[in-house]
Design a protein around this ligand. Structure first.
Ligand code: PDD
Length: 278
């Protein structure tokens, strides 16, 4: 397969990985996951905007512009012959002798890869729904940055899997924030609610697309935080992400247990989302 290194698409296995890269030492870097439908990157500009914002928040230098990033992403897709799949792009602050203090003039290191994904497995979760595990959000207070520091997220996901759940739903002191790698929506009496795009969540691209779709469909949307009690009392629950699209939640486990049906609002948004990716 072929991977991205700086501004080159090269054979995998041939990229030099420096142990003094701050990505390894401090998780000092950012990433994006872009889905590929029918050989084309989906919502590339939106992902790139967020990538740029994450870079700005961490004072990471952007080595080249959007046109180059787009071109390289497309080359990764074609060289790897990806029909449906995903592209992962990462940028670290670069290589320097280990020191917590970073210099502002470092040369960022960009790497990336592309993988095929079977749409069948996504379809299965979407038609059957998934089980989720309620767990405390132990992450830092800058979850708006799509950083490489994902230990809180990976611990939550592991815990969820240990209880036969496909995703974790995290809460801070009883306020639901987001999944371990997705955003969470509830439906109550026909109104959608999802945590506002503050420092406590990643403002998902799929989340933003779903909010826009809902507005077009005249489904009321409140970008307001909601409690664990509202979660258990919800009529419908679903999660959104690049890799899961709109996926219904049919079960909550953990301190609170609740079963849900896949409701009409979720089904409609799922359907409308599909029309976006054609
Ligand atoms: N995760 N919240 C978190 C913590 C995430 O990691 C993600 C995405 C989302 C959804 O964002 P989007 O709709 O832009 O994909 C929300 C990606 C897919 C990942 O880490 O694999």
């Amino acid at each position: 397969s072929y991977v991205l290194y700086h501004d080159q698409i090269i054979k995998s296995g041939s990229i030099p990985v420096d142990p003094e890269d701050r990505g390894y030492l401090f998780g000092d870097g950012i990433y994006e996951v872009v889905f590929v439908y029918d050989r084309k990157p989906f919502a590339f500009n939106e992902h790139f905007d967020r990538f740029e914002q994450s870079a700005k928040k961490l004072e990471l230098a952007m080595p080249y512009d959007i046109a180059t990033f787009k071109h390289l992403t497309e080359e990764l897709i074609t060289k790897n012959n990806i029909v449906n799949g995903m592209v992962y792009i990462q940028m670290t602050r670069g290589v320097a002798p280990r020191n917590h203090l970073y210099e502002r003039n470092m040369q960022s290191v960009v790497t990336g890869f592309a993988k095929s994904v079977s749409l069948d497995s996504i379809e299965k979760s979407q038609s059957n729904g998934i089980q989720t595990y309620l767990t405390e959000d132990i992450r830092w207070l800058r979850c708006d940055i799509k950083s490489l520091n994902l230990l809180g997220n990976v611990m939550a996901k592991r815990k969820a899997a240990d209880f036969d759940c496909q995703e974790a739903i995290q809460h801070r002191d009883g306020t639901v924030t987001e999944g371990s790698s997705s955003n969470v929506f509830i439906v109550k009496n026909g109104t959608l609610k999802t945590h506002p795009a503050t420092n406590l969540i990643l403002n998902g691209i799929t989340r933003q697309i779903v909010i826009n779709l809902a507005e077009k469909l005249q489904i009321p949307v409140l970008e307001e935080s909601f409690t664990v009690d509202e979660l258990t009392g919800a009529d419908e629950v679903f999660i959104t992400s690049t890799t899961m699209e709109v996926t219904p939640v049919v079960q909550l486990r953990g301190n609170k247990e609740q079963a849900y049906k896949i409701g009409p609002v979720t089904a409609e948004l799922q359907k409308q989302f599909k029309t976006q990716i054609q």
